[in-house]
Design a binder for this molecule. Structure first.
Ligand code: FBP
Length: 551
């Protein structure tokens, strides 16, 4: 493999570990807390997860650990969208296994959960992992979005585990994939298998977090990559003074990425889906908010600006939310009938008969490209594929129209020329920041400690992340503790609770306090590129969201 100069330099980077995980691992003992409950719906979850529900949180302390040295065979799966640092989770897991016993081995299942179901795997060797340390991407074994849900799939997973003689499987994924990890752990335990399942919190979206998961890995690098690009665009906008840039940012339903990028770059407008939902804002009101900034800035001869749009925005606009819910239910109930109607016009007629009057009326007002995307296949977890909906273009069109009306009324005299961008894939495979490189390695090493200690149905957790890495606190947290029941594809299912932006939280409050000024003036902030070498305040600084949430 040909490697870049930076890649070679990053191979040599030694990720930092929490102090408790350094030194002799036979001297790291487990300390258990009290039995745990669930995020909500305790009764239903206790029934569904009879074998893994209610376990205590497992922390680490100095002390003798008798179980740690036996040789183990573990498997690892990368699941869902790429997030910077995945390779380092595998590196931390691999190094832990080898430190526990050099005879331990690690298999990487290929292409996500389907690799486990179809028993496609390769052995992770020292040479192989050496080529991927501290690099972005998931290409060492690939990823996939297969949801393990049918009885045949669970049986196939158990069959692979038995055939291979696996002691444990580590699933590196987001909320849906870690829900799968809990289901698998329960299935294995109920089926009399001793195979353990451990999850790791991954997603650039930042929505897999709670009291025990301070942030999901990949968020830090992704937001820094997008913020660099947004800062560059802001500087271009302020230099050319002729464009409004509408930038959609990944993040699925959650606006954590957009909010963090706003705090880093101080754009003129940043929409936050969770606020749109709470305030019940219609599309028209959202457009009004953007136009207010355009009009004010035009009065100062600033016919340029930057607008950040979270990719899930569209799902939170009340009329759209109602429409999507109705579409999801119809697509679940009439999937056979609907898939037989391939022509868009015929689909519209069919929907006209099945949607409520309000949703049908709203659906007809949408540009055809957006309507088509709403009818496209859901992902395997039943989510609308929001990254494909061109909200940024929809908003540009609507803003243009509204400004035209304002011009006629004499309320606006500027020029409006807009450009659309979408930043998502650009940040998912970046070289992990030092923070993500260290955090991921620690998560992988912690996953090994949980396996070696015989635990199952736990997620690897590392906390106190705003302190220097040696003071980070690793632990194992029962997956069921983060779960509740939600309606998915028409049925009530156990899922890990998504963390959306809290309007009472410190990051949003800071943003809300500053945004009026940003809307009028040009107060752009240019964070520049991620730095890997240099003083800690330049290289190791975590994201603002994390610092504000954990002062
Ligand atoms: P995960 O939730 O699996 O981490 O994926 C995150 C994400 O990048 C979202 O931000 C985005 O909506 C989605 O993946 C895009 O999916 P795909 O990679 O299938 O196009």
């Amino acid at each position: 493999m040909e490697t870049s100069v930076l890649q070679k330099a990053r191979y040599a980077y030694r990720p930092k570990l929490p102090a408790i995980l350094t030194g002799n691992i036979e001297d790291i003992a487990l300390r258990f807390g009290e039995p745990t409950g669930a995020a909500a719906d305790d009764g239903a979850l206790a029934k569904l997860f009879e074998h893994i529900y209610g376990k205590p949180i497992a922390g680490f302390v100095k002390g003798k650990n008798e179980t740690i040295g036996k040789p183990l065979l573990a498997g690892v799966i990368l699941s869902g969208g790429q997030a910077p640092g995945g390779h380092n989770v595998i590196a931390g897991l691999y190094d832990g296994l080898k430190k526990g016993n050099p005879a331990s081995r690690l298999l990487g299942f290929l292409g996500g959960p389907s690799g486990l179901l179809e028993d496609r795997a390769l052995e992770i060797t020292g040479d192989l992992i050496g080529q991927y340390r501290n690099t972005g991407g998931f290409d060492i074994i690939g990823s996939g979005r297969t949801k393990i849900e049918s009885p045949e799939q669970f049986a196939a997973a158990l069959e692979t585990v038995r055939k291979r003689g696996l002691d444990a499987v580590v699933i590196i994924g987001g909320d849906d994939s870690n829900t799968n990890a809990a289901l698998l752990a329960e299935y294995f335990a109920a089926g009399g298998s001793s195979a353990q399942v451990i999850g790791c919190p991954k997603t650039i979206d930042g929505d897999l977090k709670n009291e025990y998961i301070e942030t999901s890995f990949g968020f830090d690098t992704a937001v820094k990559t997008y913020s660099e690009l947004i800062g560059n665009i802001e500087r271009d906008a302020a230099s050319a003074r002729k464009y409004w840039h509408f930038i959609k940012l990944m993040g699925r339903s959650a606006s954590h990425i957009a909010l963090e990028c706003a705090l880093q770059t101080q754009p003129n407008v940043c929409l936050i889906s969770e606020e749109v939902e709470v305030k019940n804002m219609s599309l028209d009101e959202i457009v009004g908010e953007i136009c207010a900034s355009v009009v004010k800035r035009a009065a100062d001869k600033n016919n340029f600006g930057v607008v950040l749009i979270p990719e899930g925005l569209i799902e939170f606009v009340p009329e759209m939310k109602k429409l999507i819910k109705e579409l999801n239910d119809l697509m679940a109930v009439y999937s056979g009938e609907l898939s037989g109607i391939t022509n868009f016009i015929d689909q519209m007629y069919w929907l006209d008969r099945h949607l409520s009057n309000q949703s049908s009326g709203f659906f007809k007002t949408l540009p055809p490209e957006i309507a088509r995307e709403l009818l496209a296949d859901r992902d395997p977890h039943g989510n609308v594929q929001v990254s494909r909906i061109e909200t940024e273009k929809l908003l540009i069109g609507m803003v243009e129209k509204k400004l035209g009306e304002l011009k006629k009324l004499g309320a606006y005299g500027g020029k409006f020329s807009a450009l659309a961008h979408f930043f998502g894939y650009e940040g998912r495979c970046a070289f992990p920041s030092n923070f993500d490189a260290d955090y991921c390695y620690s998560l992988g090493f912690t996953a090994f400690m949980l396996i070696a200690s015989g635990l199952t149905g736990y997620i690897s957790s590392v906390r106190n992340l705003t302190a220097p890495a040696e003071r980070w606190v690793p632990a194992g947290v029962p997956l069921t503790m983060m779960m509740n029941m939600e309606k998915r594809q028409g049925a009530s299912k156990p899922v890990i609770k998504k963390a959306l932006v809290e309007l009472e939280g410190a990051p949003f409050r800071l943003f809300a306090a500053r945004r009026e000024e940003w809307a009028m003036k040009t107060l752009y902030h240019y964070p520049g590129a991620i730095q890997y070498f240099g003083p800690p305040e330049v290289c190791d600084e975590p994201a603002k969201t994390l610092k504000l949430e954990h002062p």
